[in-house]
Design a protein around this ligand. Sequence first.
Ligand code: GLU
Length: 279
Amino acid sequence: MQIVTRFAPSPTGRLHLGHAYSALLAHDFAREAGGAFLLRIEDIDPGRARTEYVDGIIADMLWLGLEWDDEIVYQSERLETYAEALERLKERRLVYPCFCTRADIAASVAAPHGPDGPIYPGTCRGLADLDLAQPHAWRLDVAKAMAETGPLYWMDEQTEVQAEPDRFGDVVLARKDAPASYHLAVTVDDAALGVTDVVRGRDLYTCTDIHRLLQALLELPTPLYHHHALLADANGDRLAKRHGAPTIADLRDAGTDPAQLVEGMRAGQMPAGYSLAKA
Ligand code: GLU
């Protein structure tokens, strides 16, 4: 079987060193196996995605010397495919419309926090009176879905991990303002592109539980996962979380030699002031 990996940035800003490290690992994983490395632009958030950042991603990847195979995949061109997947879940009543605003959810005293913010208290689950003309999101009924699938597992490197998607509560699969969520689009696309190995940062480790559940519900194959350590700055702050980290464009403007940068990172030597964060 041919190994297929991908780098899947969201064009909501310029790439920083952490992105470069992630892209490099995914690229090398495929190249060392004689496989394919794909570039997928995750531009489904109409409020945040910008074409100038897409151009920036392409320029940065070329500057780093990380060449991808095939055409670039744009999620914004695949909305119908996500809508079809959502439709299948609607038919099985595994999703329900949710009319709550962020403020409603934040104000709910019962809302405990999960890995991704407040857990949805389930206000709209089982609502009898639905007016689908009102703006609404679609949420996955995670308890119902898990009852259908039974226990699920995925592989992180050599370790089998039992999925616990319920720790996120009923996640949103389609937003009021965006026809698909990250979780739905990433799961559908990794399968559609034949991705065998997902190489990405540890910040997305827990999300894999949701992706595994969606794979089971949509009868999609499960890739192998390789979650890598994140880059941190001298204060130990992870670049993924930090704003204002130097971008690849900054490094280029400062005269950095891209081949040296990439070779250094390949050998585990991060540029001065950066290191891999402990898990
Ligand atoms: N688009 C996601 C991000 O930029 C990454 C998706 C993934 O690798 O699964 O954080």
